[in-house]
Design a protein around this ligand. Structure first.
Ligand SMILES: CC(C)(COP(=O)(O)OP(=O)(O)OC[C@H]1O[C@@H](n2cnc3c(N)ncnc32)[C@H](O)[C@@H]1OP(=O)(O)O)[C@@H](O)C(=O)NCCC(=O)NCCS
Length: 138
């Protein structure tokens, strides 16, 4: 088990991983554009877990907007979930963020995925109950 930085070329295998993990995804071309944009803006915050044969078994994409960091596309392949790997990925990202002097990190959880809430709580995240997020398509 090892980690490495994600690259643009990893997109196809990541899309497969995210599908297998049941993440709510955009259509593939839209997802790819967002992946490329995130990587170019946050090249050192996208971390992959790989096994001994270099197969990608987990991903986390971090982003920083100048105020707060956020977690995106956190996924572990289903066969290897609940073995501590998701926790490892979060901790790797937190270490990188701390080294950069970033003091806050957040995660948005889709309402269709309540089963992941205890995972974040276990890792010390607290639910923000006083903010509602608005968005607009441009
Ligand atoms: C969410 C996910 C990344 C967690 O990774 P994981 O490797 O399965 O989780 P870990 O084994 O590292 O769990 C860390 C801790 O959280 C706990 N935990 C994990 N999932 C849990 C759950 N559903 N309910 C309660 N506790 C949970 C574990 O028991 C563990 O606790 P411990 O340290 O006391 O043993 C992984 O399950 C996944 O890919 N899920 C599908 C995709 C997804 O929902 N991604 C998140 C989008 S926001």
């Amino acid at each position: 088990m090892n980690k490495r930085a994600a690259t643009i070329d990893d997109f196809d295998r990541l899309y497969e991983l995210w599908l297998a993990a049941g993440l709510q995804l955009y259509p593939k071309d839209a997802e790819q554009k967002r992946y490329q944009d995130m990587l170019s803006l946050n090249p050192d915050l996208a971390i992959l877990l790989i096994d001994d044969e270099e197969k990608v078994i987990g991903s986390i994409l971090g982003a920083f907007d100048g105020r707060t960091a956020s977690i995106h596309r956190l996924a572990i392949i289903p066969e290897l979930q609940k073995q501590g790997l998701g926790k490892k990925l979060i901790e790797y990202l937190e270490d990188v963020l701390r080294e950069k002097g970033i003091q806050k990190v957040s995660a948005q959880i889709h309402v269709s995925n309540p089963q992941v809430l205890p995972f974040y709580e276990k890792l010390g995240f607290q639910e923000m109950t006083y903010v509602r997020t608005f968005f607009k398509d441009l």
